[in-house]
Design a binder for this molecule. Structure first.
Ligand SMILES: [Zn+2]
Length: 178
């Protein structure tokens, strides 16, 4: 049964999903079903499940930018040999600029490797940004990586906030201008 959500319900749902970092949701293609207990069940008809493939490629330019940001800001907890930058093409989302992915601990164990983090820029949306907002977006994604660098993930909460990103961005600009 598909229900049309009220604006209020929709906003609450978007907040719920964003706080869970389900950045992969493709809202226009997401059907929402509400069950009797008022929990929302999301049935994700991601574009990839229909007839549309998202393409990915390594992005050495973003790699370099991320390295420059991390070293200028002294983010020494990041093992940059295990932070990989990719660019995706073909997302239907018009909102998502970038995502931070992490290799789950169970996969690290299975593959006998340490944690890897991957920053994906969603090309269609990211490229519309001015350079300063591209930098802010990359800072935002780097802030999702916890100091332990062990496969965990820092959620938005009170850490990855617009305000903290802005203060890191200003610090970056200040240090680069010295
Ligand atoms: Zn985020």
């Amino acid at each position: 049964m598909l229900l049309r959500l009220s604006q209020e319900e929709f906003v609450a749902l978007v907040q719920l999903v964003e706080s869970a970092e389900n950045h992969y949701l493709d809202w226009p293609l997401t059907a929402i079903v509400r069950c009797g207990c008022r929990l929302y069940h999301l049935f994700l008809f991601h574009s990839g499940h229909i007839n549309h493939m998202i393409e990915y490629e390594r992005d050495p330019d973003i790699d370099n930018t991320v390295r420059e940001i991390a070293s200028t800001l002294g983010m020494r907890h990041l093992d940059l040999s295990r932070v990989i930058c990719m660019r995706s093409y073909g997302s239907k989302s018009r909102r998502v600029l970038a995502r931070c992915h992490v290799m789950p601990r169970i996969m690290q164990k299975a593959l006998g490797t340490g944690a890897y983090y991957l920053i994906e820029v969603v090309s269609e949306n990211f490229e519309k940004l001015q350079d300063d907002d591209k930098t802010r977006t990359l800072i935002h994604e780097l802030m999702h990586i916890p100091h332990s660098f062990g496969g965990g993930f820092r959620h938005h909460g009170n850490h990855v906030t617009r305000r903290n990103v802005e203060s890191m961005y200003r610090e970056l600009v200040r240090r680069k201008s010295i």
